[in-house]
Design a binder for this molecule. Structure first.
Ligand SMILES: Cc1cc2nc3c(=O)[nH]c(=O)nc-3n(C[C@H](O)[C@H](O)[C@H](O)COP(=O)(O)OP(=O)(O)OC[C@H]3O[C@@H](n4cnc5c(N)ncnc54)[C@H](O)[C@@H]3O)c2cc1C
Length: 314
């Protein structure tokens, strides 16, 4: 059987699949884009197309989407885009981007509620303006607040679990559930939450002095600018730190800085970053990761685990 193909070489979905995709997103008020190139939505600037990409207008839209997607037996993947490598053939089913869920409100007791799509830099800016301390550790993390909960994002100064009070989730059946932090299992760069789309996060902060908070944030941003390759597309750290060590140190000590496959390169500035020097494919990044892991295992016996999320079809 022959398949029709798009200009990017990926297969055109059969009519019955296209019909299910259309039913899944019917009536959604936010923008819907079929065959959307995900390289435009990832910090790596890499990735094949989503069958359909949706930017829900609000939580109600997500409830509708969850129910309809379930009816059509299609998967949903939420993409913030800053810690993922989307493979070259893209993601099947419905990809959701929360770019339109951006509201932030302050609640009594130094609590901020942020909708899932709020970017960490924006949230930190708001915390500073309100003289609320407790997020300084996250300065420079580019992901959404929801993505940061799911990943239990962190730095050497702190991690998400220190600030999360509760999360709001739309379940796969379309129910809106508020889940307290105590019901979430936070581990190193991963949290176990009830299944669904995280649409909001309550953060427990504390009253502070604006200039003090601002100083910690600025100093940490400077430190990051000096030590990380922020001028080139990347997805942050590729590997988790091995016990009592740093993945960057291990990769650097093995002499792997600057190693490349195609346009994917182990950063010469920070060895735990892989940068896209122009037109790297996901296949290039994956083969570079394989090379680095094999070399480290051979030299040190350490099996580097991925922090990066690898998704989609090869
Ligand atoms: C330059 C740079 C620096 C970085 N520095 C750091 C750092 O210091 N520390 C750190 O921890 N990370 C860092 N990162 C990685 C990244 O920003 C974090 O891991 C962040 O938490 C990912 O958020 P995201 O919204 O982009 O989610 P994504 O990377 O898109 O997704 C991560 C996972 O969470 C899931 N997910 C995302 N949103 C939702 C949602 N709303 N509901 C349900 N599931 C969801 C996705 O499906 C995926 O499984 C860096 C990245 C870059 C590019």
């Amino acid at each position: 059987m022959t398949h029709r193909v798009h200009t990017d070489g990926t297969k055109v979905r059969p009519v019955r699949v296209q019909h299910r995709l259309e039913s899944a997103v019917a009536g959604v008020r936010g923008p819907v884009r079929f065959h959307a190139p995900l390289k435009e939505y990832t910090s790596f600037h890499i990735g094949g197309p989503a069958d359909v990409l949706v930017e829900p207008a609000d939580v109600e839209d997500i409830v509708r989407l969850a129910k309809q997607t379930r009816e059509q037996k299609l998967p949903i993947f939420v993409l913030g885009g800053t810690n993922v490598l989307v493979r070259d053939k893209g993601i099947r089913g419905v990809v959701v981007n929360l770019a339109r869920l951006r509201a932030i409100k302050e609640e009594p007791g130094a609590v901020l509620y942020a909708e899932g799509g709020v970017g960490m830099p924006t949230l930190i800016g708001q915390a500073i303006r309100r003289s609320l301390a407790g997020l300084e550790w996250a300065a420079g993390i580019p992901g959404t607040v929801a993505g940061c909960v799911v990943m239990n994002a962190g730095t050497r100064l702190g991690e998400m679990k220190d600030a999360v009070k509760a999360v709001r989730i739309v379940s796969p059946k379309g129910a809106v559930i508020d889940c307290p932090a105590e019901a979430i299992e936070f581990r190193y760069r991963r949290a176990t939450l009830p299944p669904g789309v995280v649409v909001g996060v309550w953060l427990q902060l504390r009253a502070g002095v604006r200039s003090d908070i601002e100083k910690v944030v600025k100093d940490y941003l400077h430190y990051r600018r000096d030590t990380q390759p922020l001028a080139l597309p990347s997805a942050g750290c590729v590997f988790k730190n091995p016990l009592n060590d740093s993945a960057g140190r291990v990769v650097e000590a093995a002499g792997l800085k600057g190693t490349s496959v195609g346009d994917a390169q182990v950063s010469t500035k920070h060895a735990n970053f892989i940068v896209n020097q122009g037109h790297a494919s996901a296949a290039d990044v994956l083969s570079l990761i394989k090379k680095v892991r094999a070399r480290i295992a051979q030299k040190t016996g350490i099996k580097l685990e991925l922090e990066l999320n690898i998704v989609g079809e090869a």
